[in-house]
Design a protein around this ligand. Structure first.
Ligand code: SF4
Length: 309
C-alpha cells in the first residue's frame, strides 16, 4: 500500500475523484485524509452469524462514496458526525473491542479510508490478533482493488443495492452501480468464496467469505426482483444473501414519492416469494417490522438502543 498516492490523488473508489485528500481536498465521499469514526462498539443488530453471543465489533466511519439520498446512516455519511481518529487511536479502539470478546471486527463503510483500515489490519495481525476482519460496504468498490482488500480482510459484506441503472443514477448519481458492484462481487467471491460457516442460529460465527445484503426500497420492488435474479444467475443458489426490510424514510426523502414512506407488507411478501422461487439456499430474511432499537441515532450516546450498555 502506498499511503501517499492513495490519498494524494484519490482513486480509491469508482468515483475516481483524483483530489488531494492529504492537502485537505474532498471528493464525493466528503472526507479528507483525516480519518473520522462516528461510533464503535459491540453491535448486536447484525446477522446472527456475525453477532453471535458477544456482538460484532463495529467501527462506523464517517462519509460515504455512494451518497444515496435515502441513506439510513445519513447522520454520519453526510451529516458530519464523527471524531478524528489516527492510526494509534484506531488500534486502541480495535484492541478495546477485542478485549470485550467480539467475534469479529466490522469496518462499516470504510472503503474511502482504506489506507487506515489496511494499516490497522497489519498492526492487529502483527500483534497476534486472529479474529476475522470484515469489510462492510455499499458494494460500490473498484473490482481491481478487491484483491488488495482480500489480502487484509477475511469476510466481505457488500450491499447489492440496485440492479436498475436508472434508479442508481437517481439515488446516488452513478448509473454504473449495478455493473460495477457486480464486477467487484465476482472478485470477492473468487478471493474468499461464500460465507463459511453459514449458521443461521449464530451458535457458530462466520470466519471467511462473502454475504450479500439487499435493502428493499418502498415502491421499487422491481429493482429488488431484478437484483435477486441477477445474483442468482451470476452466482447460483448457494450465494449467501441477507434481505432487509428495515428501510425508514429519513429527512432527505421528503417529497420524493415512495421514498417518503415505509415498505408495505405486500411489497415484502413479493420479495420473499421470489427468494423461494429462486431457491436460494443460504438466506437471512429480516422480519417485516424489525426492532427499531437497531435503527441508528448517531447523535445519541447510545446510537443503537438495542445494544447492551
Ligand atoms: S474515496 Fe472519496 S475522494 Fe476518493 S475517489 Fe472515492 S469518493 Fe472520491
Amino acid at each position: 500500500m502506498n499511503w501517499n498516492s492513495d490519498y494524494e490523488r484519490c482513486e480509491l473508489c469508482p468515483r475516481r475523484c483524483g483530489v488531494n485528500r492529504l492537502a485537505g481536498e474532498r471528493g464525493a465521499c466528503g472526507e479528507t485524509a483525516t480519518c473520522h469514526v462516528a461510533s464503535f462498539g459491540p453491535h448486536f443488530g447484525e446477522e446472527p452469524c456475525f453477532t453471535g453471543t458477544r456482538g460484532s465489533g463495529t467501527i462506523f466511519f464517517r462519509g460515504c462514496a455512494c451518497g444515496c439520498f435515502f441513506c439510513q446512516n445519513y447522520q454520519i455519511s453526510r451529516g458530519g458526525l464523527g471524531e478524528t481518529m489516527d492510526n494509534d487511536g484506531l488500534f486502541r479502539a480495535a484492541e478495546a473491542l477485542i478485549a470485550r470478546g467480539v467475534h469479529n471486527l466490522n469496518f462499516v463503510t470504510g472503503d474511502h479510508f482504506w489506507p487506515h483500515i489496511a494499516e490497522l489490519a497489519r498492526r492487529l495481525r502483527g500483534a497476534g490478533h486472529r479474529l476475522p476482519l470484515l469489510l462492510n460496504s455499499s458494494g460500490y468498490l473498484l473490482p481491481e482493488r478487491v484483491a488488495e482488500y482480500a489480502r487484509r480482510m477475511d469476510i466481505f459484506l457488500p450491499d447489492y443495492k440496485f440492479a436498475d441503472a436508472d434508479l442508481a443514477r437517481q439515488c446516488m448519481g452513478a448509473a454504473d452501480y449495478p455493473e460495477t458492484a457486480l464486477a467487484a462481487l465476482r472478485e470477492m467471491v473468487a478471493a474468499r468464496g461464500f460465507l463459511f460457516p453459514f449458521d443461521p442460529t449464530g451458535r457458530e460465527t462466520a470466519r471467511e467469505g462473502v454475504l450479500v445484503r439487499h435493502l428493499v426500497l418502498p415502491g421499487h420492488v422491481e429493482n429488488s426482483l431484478r437484483a435477486l435474479r441477477r445474483l442468482r444467475d451470476e452466482f447460483g443458489p448457494r450465494l449467501p444473501i441477507s434481505v432487509m426490510s428495515q428501510y425508514r424514510p429519513v429527512p432527505r426523502c421528503r417529497g420524493r414519492g415512495d421514498f417518503a414512506r415505509r415498505l408495505t407488507s405486500a411489497e415484502y411478501a413479493a420479495i420473499r416469494a421470489e427468494i423461494t422461487a429462486l431457491e436460494f439456499e443460504h438466506v437471512f430474511i429480516q422480519e417485516f417490522e424489525p426492532d427499531d432499537a437497531f435503527f441508528p441515532d448517531f447523535e445519541s450516546e447510545r446510537p443503537f438502543r438495542g445494544n447492551p450498555e
